[in-house]
Ligand binder design. Sequence first.
Ligand SMILES: NC(=O)C1=CN([C@@H]2O[C@H](COP(=O)(O)OP(=O)(O)OC[C@H]3O[C@@H](n4cnc5c(N)ncnc54)[C@H](O)[C@@H]3O)[C@@H](O)[C@H]2O)C=CC1
Ligand SMILES: O=C(O)CCC(=O)C(=O)O
Length: 451
Amino acid sequence: MAVTDHVDLPTFMEGVNKRNPHQPEFVQAVQEVAEDIYDFIQDKEEYHSQQILRRIAEPDRVISFRVCWEDDNGNIRVQRGYRIQNNNAIGPYKGGIRFHPSVNESVLKFLAFEQTFKNALTGLPMGGGKGGSNFNPKGKSVREIMRFCQSFMTELYRHIGADIDVPAGDIGVGGREIGFMFGQYKRITNEFTGVLTGKGLEYGGSMIRPEATGYGAVYFLENMLKHKGDGLQGKTAVISGSGNVATHAAEKINQLGGKVLTLSDSGGFIHDPKGIDQEKIDWVKTHKTHRRGRIQDYCDEFEGSSFHAGKTPWNVPCDVALPCATQNELLGEDAKALVANGCIGVSEGANMPTNLEGVHVFKHAKMLFAPGKAANAGGVAVSGLEMSQNSGRRAWKESELQQMLRDIMDGIHDSCLTYGDQGGGYIDYVKGANIAGFKKVADAMLAFGVV
Ligand SMILES: NC(=O)C1=CN([C@@H]2O[C@H](COP(=O)(O)OP(=O)(O)OC[C@H]3O[C@@H](n4cnc5c(N)ncnc54)[C@H](O)[C@@H]3O)[C@@H](O)[C@H]2O)C=CC1
Ligand SMILES: O=C(O)CCC(=O)C(=O)O
C-alpha cells in the first residue's frame, strides 16, 4: 500500500531548509509560495500524494561550469557560470541570464523557481529556468565583455536549444550581451534558431521586448487601481533601479498621467520633486546604457534634484511604488514606511524585491500589492512571442505586440482575481498569482505521472 506523505507546512519547510543549506534566497522564495499553496491543496489529495510542490521545489537540473577569459592586460580570469533548469512541464525552460558579482546558486535557484510560476501565468507554453555568472561587467571594456560572453556560451550552448531552453537578458545582460552570445551560439552550432530572446531587431528580435517588463508592471498596477475604480492619472510614483525595467516603468507611468519622483542604483537614489519626465528618462537611459555612468550624476544635470547616498527611496511619500532593481531591496520597515505615508499600490518590477516581512506588512495592510511573478511577467511574455515569431519565421507589427502584451497582463490580473479574492473587496494578489501559476504546472505534472 502506498504511504501518502502528508506533511504540514513547517515540516515541509524544514525539509527545504535541510536540503538547501546556505541558500536563503531560494528558501525564501519557496516559503512565500508554500504559504499560499498549502492552503489551496489542503483538500486536494492528489497534489499531496504526488508530491507536486516538493518536486517543483527541486530543480530538474543545476548546471555549473567554469568560464575562463582573458582581460585586456592579458590576465587569465576565472568565473563560475550556471544554468538552472527548474521545470519544463509546460514548455521549454525559459528565463534570463544575470551577470552580477552577487550571483550564486541560491540566487539563481530562487529566480528559476519564481520563473516557473511566472511563465505559467503568461498563458504561453514556457517552463522555468535562469542562469548567469558572478562576472562583474562594471568597469570592463567592450572587448572584455565580448570575450566573457563568448566563453560563457562556449559551455552553455550544449545545454540549450530553441525547443530545450531559451535564455534571455536580466541584470547586467542587455541587447549587447545577447548579441555576443547569439553570435557565438550560431558560430559553434552552425544553426540560426530562436535560442535566445531579447535579440536585436535585425537578427530575429521582437519589437517592444526592451519595453515589455517595465510597461507590463505599470499595466498591472493600472489594472489593480482600475479594479478599485481608480487610475494612475495624477499619482506620484517612487521607483528604484535605473536599468531596463526601471526606466521603462517610469516611461509608462508618465504616459499614463503619473509623476515619477525617484530612481536609484546600488550607490543610492535620486529624488526629483519636479518629476522625471521623458527627456530626463532618455538621459538616464543613455547615461546608464552607453556612458555606463552612476545615477548620482543626474543631479549635476537636472536642477532641483537631490542624491541620497547609500539609501533606498521607500521613505519618499508617494501614491504608488515600483521596486525595479533587485531582490530584497524593500524590507519590512520600508513596507511600513510606505503604508504609513499613504502609498496605495506596489507593483514589483524586480524579482522578489520585497522580503518576506515586507510581504506580510503589505498583506496585513490589505494593500494593492502585485508580486513580481505577476507584475513583471510582461518581459518573458514578449520573449515567448519572440519565440513564436522565430519559429514561424515572421515578425509581428509593434501595434499587434502592444495589444498582445496588454491582453496578457489583463489575463494575469484576471487569474489573480480568480484565486486571490478574499472577500470584502480585498484581493490577495500574491496568493492569486501563486495558486494560478502552481495549478497550471501541477496539473501538467500530474498528467505525466511520476517523472
Ligand atoms: N529585464 C527584464 O526583462 C526582466 C527583469 N526582471 C528583474 O528586474 C530587475 C532589474 O532588472 P533589469 O532592469 O533588467 O537589469 P539592469 O541591469 O538593466 O538594471 C538593474 C538595475 O538595478 C540596480 N541594482 C542592481 N543591484 C542593486 C542593488 N544592490 N541596490 C540597488 N540597485 C541595484 C542597477 O544599478 C540597475 O539600475 C531584476 O530583479 C530582474 O531580475 C524581471 C523580469 C524581466
Ligand atoms: O525574457 C526572458 O526569458 C527572461 C525574463 C526574466 O528573466 C524574468 O522574467 O525574470
